[in-house]
Design a protein around this ligand. Structure first.
Ligand code: PMP
Length: 401
Protein backbone atom coordinates (compact mmCIF):
# COMPACT_ATOMS: atom_id res chain seq x y z
CA UNK A 1 0.00 0.00 0.00
CA UNK A 2 2.95 2.31 -0.48
CA UNK A 3 5.08 2.95 -3.53
CA UNK A 4 7.97 2.85 -1.06
CA UNK A 5 7.11 -0.53 0.48
CA UNK A 6 10.41 -2.01 -0.75
CA UNK A 7 12.50 0.58 1.11
CA UNK A 8 14.61 -1.16 3.73
CA UNK A 9 15.52 0.31 7.10
CA UNK A 10 18.98 1.92 6.85
CA UNK A 11 21.51 1.50 9.64
CA UNK A 12 22.13 4.45 12.00
CA UNK A 13 25.12 6.64 11.18
CA UNK A 14 28.06 5.04 13.05
CA UNK A 15 28.89 8.30 14.86
CA UNK A 16 25.51 10.03 15.24
CA UNK A 17 23.97 6.64 16.11
CA UNK A 18 26.02 6.62 19.32
CA UNK A 19 24.02 9.65 20.52
CA UNK A 20 20.75 7.94 19.58
CA UNK A 21 21.68 4.98 21.82
CA UNK A 22 22.89 7.34 24.58
CA UNK A 23 19.61 9.26 24.58
CA UNK A 24 17.68 6.03 25.14
CA UNK A 25 19.73 5.05 28.23
CA UNK A 26 17.99 6.09 31.50
CA UNK A 27 21.14 5.65 33.66
CA UNK A 28 22.10 8.80 35.65
CA UNK A 29 25.82 8.05 35.20
CA UNK A 30 25.68 7.71 31.41
CA UNK A 31 28.42 9.46 29.47
CA UNK A 32 28.46 10.35 25.77
CA UNK A 33 31.99 10.36 24.34
CA UNK A 34 30.84 9.59 20.81
CA UNK A 35 30.15 12.76 18.92
CA UNK A 36 32.89 15.37 18.59
CA UNK A 37 31.22 18.34 20.21
CA UNK A 38 32.77 20.47 22.93
CA UNK A 39 31.26 20.35 26.41
CA UNK A 40 32.03 22.49 29.45
CA UNK A 41 33.24 21.09 32.78
CA UNK A 42 29.53 20.90 33.63
CA UNK A 43 28.89 18.76 30.57
CA UNK A 44 26.95 21.53 28.78
CA UNK A 45 27.26 22.72 25.17
CA UNK A 46 29.15 26.00 24.95
CA UNK A 47 28.26 29.13 22.99
CA UNK A 48 31.34 31.36 22.96
CA UNK A 49 30.92 34.80 24.51
CA UNK A 50 32.39 36.35 21.42
CA UNK A 51 29.74 34.63 19.32
CA UNK A 52 26.99 36.03 21.56
CA UNK A 53 28.54 39.48 21.19
CA UNK A 54 28.70 39.22 17.41
CA UNK A 55 25.06 38.10 17.33
CA UNK A 56 24.07 41.15 19.43
CA UNK A 57 25.87 43.43 16.99
CA UNK A 58 24.10 41.78 14.07
CA UNK A 59 20.68 42.13 15.71
CA UNK A 60 21.24 45.82 16.44
CA UNK A 61 22.23 46.59 12.86
CA UNK A 62 18.89 47.49 11.29
CA UNK A 63 20.46 47.90 7.86
CA UNK A 64 20.82 44.12 7.65
CA UNK A 65 18.36 42.38 5.40
CA UNK A 66 17.58 38.76 4.58
CA UNK A 67 18.31 38.86 0.87
CA UNK A 68 19.99 35.91 -0.83
CA UNK A 69 23.75 35.82 -0.64
CA UNK A 70 25.64 35.38 -3.91
CA UNK A 71 26.24 31.74 -4.98
CA UNK A 72 29.74 31.91 -3.50
CA UNK A 73 28.52 33.38 -0.20
CA UNK A 74 29.58 36.38 1.84
CA UNK A 75 32.58 38.13 0.23
CA UNK A 76 34.11 39.37 3.52
CA UNK A 77 33.74 35.98 5.11
CA UNK A 78 35.51 34.33 2.18
CA UNK A 79 38.47 36.73 2.23
CA UNK A 80 38.86 36.46 6.00
CA UNK A 81 38.60 32.67 5.93
CA UNK A 82 41.38 32.39 3.35
CA UNK A 83 43.54 34.69 5.49
CA UNK A 84 42.83 32.66 8.60
CA UNK A 85 44.04 29.39 7.12
CA UNK A 86 46.72 30.62 4.69
CA UNK A 87 48.08 33.45 6.85
CA UNK A 88 47.58 37.20 6.60
CA UNK A 89 50.80 37.58 4.59
CA UNK A 90 50.17 34.70 2.20
CA UNK A 91 51.72 35.41 -1.22
CA UNK A 92 49.01 33.26 -2.86
CA UNK A 93 46.33 35.64 -1.54
CA UNK A 94 48.37 38.69 -2.55
CA UNK A 95 48.75 37.29 -6.04
CA UNK A 96 44.97 36.76 -6.27
CA UNK A 97 45.34 33.10 -7.07
CA UNK A 98 43.09 31.80 -4.31
CA UNK A 99 39.39 31.38 -4.86
CA UNK A 100 37.25 30.90 -1.75
CA UNK A 101 33.59 29.96 -1.63
CA UNK A 102 31.40 29.79 1.47
CA UNK A 103 29.98 26.29 1.91
CA UNK A 104 27.86 24.30 4.34
CA UNK A 105 30.48 23.74 7.04
CA UNK A 106 33.35 21.31 6.55
CA UNK A 107 31.22 18.57 5.03
CA UNK A 108 29.75 20.85 2.36
CA UNK A 109 33.19 22.26 1.54
CA UNK A 110 34.59 18.77 1.01
CA UNK A 111 31.61 17.83 -1.14
CA UNK A 112 31.80 20.93 -3.36
CA UNK A 113 35.56 20.39 -3.73
CA UNK A 114 34.99 16.73 -4.59
CA UNK A 115 32.32 17.53 -7.20
CA UNK A 116 34.54 20.18 -8.78
CA UNK A 117 37.46 17.74 -9.04
CA UNK A 118 35.25 15.03 -10.51
CA UNK A 119 34.21 17.43 -13.28
CA UNK A 120 37.41 19.32 -13.96
CA UNK A 121 40.45 17.38 -12.78
CA UNK A 122 42.11 14.72 -14.91
CA UNK A 123 42.64 12.21 -12.06
CA UNK A 124 39.56 10.81 -10.35
CA UNK A 125 41.32 8.81 -7.64
CA UNK A 126 41.46 10.27 -4.15
CA UNK A 127 43.60 8.70 -1.43
CA UNK A 128 42.26 9.07 2.11
CA UNK A 129 44.05 7.96 5.27
CA UNK A 130 43.23 4.62 6.93
CA UNK A 131 41.45 5.21 9.19
CA UNK A 132 39.75 8.56 8.63
CA UNK A 133 36.54 10.41 9.49
CA UNK A 134 33.77 7.97 8.48
CA UNK A 135 32.07 10.46 6.19
CA UNK A 136 35.09 10.99 3.90
CA UNK A 137 34.65 7.88 1.71
CA UNK A 138 30.94 8.59 1.28
CA UNK A 139 31.37 12.30 0.49
CA UNK A 140 34.02 11.68 -2.16
CA UNK A 141 32.43 8.53 -3.53
CA UNK A 142 29.12 10.31 -4.11
CA UNK A 143 30.96 13.27 -5.61
CA UNK A 144 32.10 10.88 -8.33
CA UNK A 145 35.68 10.19 -7.25
CA UNK A 146 37.20 6.78 -6.81
CA UNK A 147 38.30 6.39 -3.20
CA UNK A 148 41.46 4.52 -2.15
CA UNK A 149 43.28 4.53 1.18
CA UNK A 150 46.86 5.12 2.26
CA UNK A 151 48.33 3.67 5.46
CA UNK A 152 48.29 6.14 8.32
CA UNK A 153 47.89 4.63 11.78
CA UNK A 154 50.03 1.93 13.35
CA UNK A 155 48.10 0.09 16.09
CA UNK A 156 51.36 -1.32 17.49
CA UNK A 157 52.74 2.11 18.38
CA UNK A 158 49.39 3.90 18.48
CA UNK A 159 51.22 6.45 16.36
CA UNK A 160 51.84 7.29 12.72
CA UNK A 161 52.75 4.56 10.22
CA UNK A 162 55.04 6.96 8.41
CA UNK A 163 56.81 4.26 6.40
CA UNK A 164 53.47 2.86 5.21
CA UNK A 165 52.20 6.34 4.34
CA UNK A 166 55.28 7.10 2.26
CA UNK A 167 55.17 3.73 0.47
CA UNK A 168 51.49 4.12 -0.40
CA UNK A 169 51.80 7.70 -1.67
CA UNK A 170 54.92 6.73 -3.61
CA UNK A 171 52.99 4.03 -5.44
CA UNK A 172 49.93 6.23 -6.09
CA UNK A 173 49.37 7.13 -9.75
CA UNK A 174 50.78 10.49 -10.77
CA UNK A 175 48.27 13.30 -10.25
CA UNK A 176 46.13 11.42 -7.72
CA UNK A 177 44.34 13.54 -5.12
CA UNK A 178 45.49 13.08 -1.52
CA UNK A 179 43.25 13.99 1.39
CA UNK A 180 45.24 15.28 4.38
CA UNK A 181 43.92 16.28 7.80
CA UNK A 182 45.46 19.71 8.38
CA UNK A 183 45.81 18.97 12.12
CA UNK A 184 44.26 16.89 14.90
CA UNK A 185 43.62 13.83 12.73
CA UNK A 186 40.19 12.31 13.32
CA UNK A 187 39.81 9.61 14.68
CA UNK A 188 43.41 8.90 15.73
CA UNK A 189 44.67 12.19 17.20
CA UNK A 190 47.97 11.37 15.48
CA UNK A 191 49.61 14.05 13.31
CA UNK A 192 52.90 13.95 11.38
CA UNK A 193 55.77 15.96 12.91
CA UNK A 194 56.88 19.03 10.97
CA UNK A 195 59.85 17.08 9.56
CA UNK A 196 57.47 14.36 8.41
CA UNK A 197 55.14 16.97 6.90
CA UNK A 198 58.12 18.31 4.94
CA UNK A 199 58.89 14.83 3.61
CA UNK A 200 55.23 14.32 2.70
CA UNK A 201 55.24 17.67 0.90
CA UNK A 202 58.32 16.78 -1.14
CA UNK A 203 56.86 13.41 -2.06
CA UNK A 204 53.49 14.90 -3.05
CA UNK A 205 55.09 17.60 -5.17
CA UNK A 206 57.61 15.25 -6.79
CA UNK A 207 54.78 12.98 -7.97
CA UNK A 208 52.48 15.89 -8.89
CA UNK A 209 49.84 14.57 -6.48
CA UNK A 210 47.11 17.08 -5.61
CA UNK A 211 46.75 17.84 -1.87
CA UNK A 212 43.24 18.39 -0.50
CA UNK A 213 43.36 19.55 3.13
CA UNK A 214 40.52 18.99 5.53
CA UNK A 215 40.85 21.65 8.24
CA UNK A 216 38.09 20.97 10.76
CA UNK A 217 40.09 21.72 13.92
CA UNK A 218 42.23 24.83 13.36
CA UNK A 219 43.09 26.14 16.83
CA UNK A 220 41.66 23.11 18.58
CA UNK A 221 44.83 21.02 18.48
CA UNK A 222 47.39 23.31 20.07
CA UNK A 223 45.19 26.26 21.02
CA UNK A 224 47.02 28.36 18.43
CA UNK A 225 45.45 29.15 15.05
CA UNK A 226 48.76 29.69 13.26
CA UNK A 227 50.47 26.56 14.59
CA UNK A 228 47.52 24.43 13.54
CA UNK A 229 47.69 25.84 9.99
CA UNK A 230 51.40 25.09 9.45
CA UNK A 231 50.85 21.98 7.35
CA UNK A 232 48.63 23.84 4.88
CA UNK A 233 50.94 26.85 4.76
CA UNK A 234 53.95 24.66 3.89
CA UNK A 235 52.12 23.44 0.82
CA UNK A 236 51.15 26.95 -0.22
CA UNK A 237 54.61 28.40 0.43
CA UNK A 238 56.13 26.12 -2.23
CA UNK A 239 54.02 27.84 -4.89
CA UNK A 240 52.06 24.69 -5.72
CA UNK A 241 48.31 24.19 -5.92
CA UNK A 242 45.98 22.67 -3.32
CA UNK A 243 42.44 22.63 -1.97
CA UNK A 244 41.42 23.42 1.61
CA UNK A 245 38.07 22.73 3.28
CA UNK A 246 37.54 24.76 6.47
CA UNK A 247 34.94 24.30 9.19
CA UNK A 248 33.97 26.71 11.97
CA UNK A 249 31.94 24.04 13.75
CA UNK A 250 34.52 23.25 16.43
CA UNK A 251 36.79 26.26 16.67
CA UNK A 252 33.93 28.78 16.93
CA UNK A 253 31.40 26.32 18.30
CA UNK A 254 29.08 27.03 15.36
CA UNK A 255 28.17 23.37 14.73
CA UNK A 256 24.54 23.82 13.73
CA UNK A 257 25.07 27.09 11.86
CA UNK A 258 26.90 25.13 9.15
CA UNK A 259 29.66 27.63 8.38
CA UNK A 260 32.66 26.65 6.30
CA UNK A 261 34.68 27.52 3.25
CA UNK A 262 36.41 25.85 0.34
CA UNK A 263 39.56 27.51 -0.94
CA UNK A 264 41.34 26.44 -4.08
CA UNK A 265 44.88 27.75 -4.39
CA UNK A 266 45.63 27.98 -8.10
CA UNK A 267 48.76 28.55 -10.16
CA UNK A 268 47.73 32.04 -11.24
CA UNK A 269 44.92 34.59 -10.95
CA UNK A 270 43.52 33.77 -14.35
CA UNK A 271 42.99 30.13 -13.50
CA UNK A 272 41.55 31.06 -10.09
CA UNK A 273 38.89 33.20 -11.76
CA UNK A 274 37.86 30.43 -14.12
CA UNK A 275 37.85 27.86 -11.31
CA UNK A 276 35.52 30.10 -9.30
CA UNK A 277 33.16 30.41 -12.26
CA UNK A 278 32.93 26.59 -12.38
CA UNK A 279 32.48 26.28 -8.60
CA UNK A 280 29.34 28.39 -9.04
CA UNK A 281 28.02 25.84 -11.52
CA UNK A 282 28.61 23.11 -8.94
CA UNK A 283 26.88 25.01 -6.13
CA UNK A 284 23.87 26.52 -7.91
CA UNK A 285 21.99 23.26 -8.59
CA UNK A 286 22.95 21.86 -5.16
CA UNK A 287 21.60 24.57 -2.84
CA UNK A 288 21.70 27.83 -4.86
CA UNK A 289 23.51 29.86 -2.21
CA UNK A 290 24.64 29.40 1.39
CA UNK A 291 22.93 30.66 4.59
CA UNK A 292 23.69 34.16 5.87
CA UNK A 293 23.61 34.05 9.66
CA UNK A 294 26.62 31.91 10.64
CA UNK A 295 28.91 33.45 8.06
CA UNK A 296 27.91 36.92 9.31
CA UNK A 297 28.91 35.92 12.85
CA UNK A 298 32.32 34.70 11.64
CA UNK A 299 32.78 37.80 9.46
CA UNK A 300 31.90 40.12 12.36
CA UNK A 301 34.45 38.44 14.62
CA UNK A 302 37.28 38.10 12.10
CA UNK A 303 37.14 41.66 10.81
CA UNK A 304 37.33 43.19 14.28
CA UNK A 305 40.71 42.86 15.97
CA UNK A 306 39.39 43.01 19.52
CA UNK A 307 36.69 40.39 18.86
CA UNK A 308 39.27 38.22 17.09
CA UNK A 309 41.53 38.52 20.10
CA UNK A 310 38.69 37.46 22.39
CA UNK A 311 37.99 34.51 20.16
CA UNK A 312 41.59 33.26 20.34
CA UNK A 313 41.43 33.40 24.15
CA UNK A 314 38.20 31.41 24.30
CA UNK A 315 39.54 28.96 21.71
CA UNK A 316 42.72 28.44 23.73
CA UNK A 317 40.63 27.78 26.83
CA UNK A 318 38.73 25.00 25.02
CA UNK A 319 41.97 23.45 23.73
CA UNK A 320 43.57 23.69 27.18
CA UNK A 321 40.62 22.03 28.87
CA UNK A 322 40.87 19.12 26.44
CA UNK A 323 44.62 18.81 27.05
CA UNK A 324 44.01 18.84 30.79
CA UNK A 325 41.45 16.02 30.40
CA UNK A 326 44.17 13.95 28.69
CA UNK A 327 46.47 14.37 31.69
CA UNK A 328 43.72 13.66 34.19
CA UNK A 329 42.69 10.47 32.40
CA UNK A 330 46.28 9.22 32.16
CA UNK A 331 46.85 9.98 35.86
CA UNK A 332 43.63 8.17 36.79
CA UNK A 333 44.72 5.05 34.87
CA UNK A 334 48.16 5.15 36.51
CA UNK A 335 46.51 5.50 39.92
CA UNK A 336 44.48 2.35 39.23
CA UNK A 337 47.53 0.47 37.99
CA UNK A 338 45.73 -0.27 34.74
CA UNK A 339 47.94 -2.63 32.72
CA UNK A 340 49.43 -1.40 29.43
CA UNK A 341 51.11 1.73 28.10
CA UNK A 342 48.59 4.60 27.99
CA UNK A 343 51.02 7.38 27.14
CA UNK A 344 49.34 7.80 23.74
CA UNK A 345 46.52 9.56 25.61
CA UNK A 346 48.75 12.59 26.12
CA UNK A 347 50.73 12.19 22.87
CA UNK A 348 47.66 12.33 20.64
CA UNK A 349 46.20 15.76 19.99
CA UNK A 350 42.90 17.42 19.19
CA UNK A 351 39.42 16.40 20.13
CA UNK A 352 39.84 12.63 20.17
CA UNK A 353 41.83 9.87 21.78
CA UNK A 354 42.11 6.65 19.84
CA UNK A 355 42.26 4.46 22.94
CA UNK A 356 43.20 1.17 21.31
CA UNK A 357 40.19 -0.47 23.00
CA UNK A 358 38.56 -3.04 20.72
CA UNK A 359 34.87 -3.30 19.86
CA UNK A 360 34.20 -5.96 22.57
CA UNK A 361 35.80 -3.76 25.21
CA UNK A 362 33.75 -0.80 23.97
CA UNK A 363 30.56 -2.89 24.11
CA UNK A 364 31.46 -3.96 27.67
CA UNK A 365 31.97 -0.33 28.76
CA UNK A 366 28.64 0.67 27.27
CA UNK A 367 26.77 -2.24 28.85
CA UNK A 368 28.35 -2.13 32.30
CA UNK A 369 29.31 1.55 32.66
CA UNK A 370 26.87 3.36 30.33
CA UNK A 371 29.76 4.98 28.48
CA UNK A 372 29.03 5.62 24.80
CA UNK A 373 31.70 5.87 22.09
CA UNK A 374 32.29 4.67 18.53
CA UNK A 375 33.14 0.96 18.27
CA UNK A 376 36.66 1.75 17.03
CA UNK A 377 37.54 2.88 20.57
CA UNK A 378 37.61 6.60 19.79
CA UNK A 379 36.63 8.85 22.68
CA UNK A 380 35.87 12.54 22.49
CA UNK A 381 38.06 14.19 25.14
CA UNK A 382 35.88 17.29 24.83
CA UNK A 383 32.97 15.33 26.32
CA UNK A 384 34.91 14.52 29.52
CA UNK A 385 35.17 16.53 32.73
CA UNK A 386 37.04 16.31 36.03
CA UNK A 387 33.89 14.77 37.51
CA UNK A 388 33.56 12.02 34.88
CA UNK A 389 37.23 11.04 34.45
CA UNK A 390 37.15 8.55 37.40
CA UNK A 391 34.10 6.78 35.94
CA UNK A 392 35.81 6.45 32.56
CA UNK A 393 39.07 5.26 34.15
CA UNK A 394 37.14 2.63 36.17
CA UNK A 395 35.48 1.43 32.98
CA UNK A 396 38.72 1.24 30.98
CA UNK A 397 40.43 -0.54 33.87
CA UNK A 398 37.62 -3.10 34.08
CA UNK A 399 37.57 -3.55 30.30
CA UNK A 400 41.28 -4.44 30.04
CA UNK A 401 41.66 -6.54 33.19
N1 PMP B 1 36.30 16.69 8.70
C1 PMP B 1 36.60 16.08 9.84
C2 PMP B 1 37.89 15.38 9.98
C3 PMP B 1 35.69 16.14 10.91
O1 PMP B 1 36.02 15.53 12.04
C4 PMP B 1 34.49 16.84 10.75
C5 PMP B 1 33.50 16.91 11.86
N2 PMP B 1 33.31 15.83 12.64
C6 PMP B 1 34.24 17.45 9.53
C7 PMP B 1 35.18 17.36 8.53
C8 PMP B 1 33.02 18.24 9.15
O2 PMP B 1 32.25 18.74 10.10
P1 PMP B 1 31.19 19.90 9.80
O3 PMP B 1 30.53 19.55 8.51
O4 PMP B 1 30.29 19.85 10.96
O5 PMP B 1 31.99 21.15 9.71
Amino acid sequence: NSVFHHVVQAPEDPILGVTVAYNKDPSPVKLNLGVGAYRTEEGKPLVLNVVRKAEQLLVKDSSRVKEYLPIVGLADFNKLSAKLILGADSPAIRENRVTTVQCLSGTGSLRVGGEFLARHYHQHTIYIPAPTWGNHPKVFGLAGLSVKTYRYYDPATRGLDFQGLVEDLRSAPSGAIVLLHACAHNPTGVDPTSQQWEQIRQLIRSKALLPFFDSAYQGFATGNLDSDAQSVRMFVADGGECLVAQSYAKNMGLYGERVGALSIVCGNADVAGRVESQLKLVIRPMYSNPPIHGASIVGTILKDSSLSQEWTIELKAMADRIISMRHQLLDALHARGTPGDWSHIIKQIGMFTFTGLNSEQVAFMTKEYHIYMTSDGRISMAGLSTKTVPHLADAIHAAVT
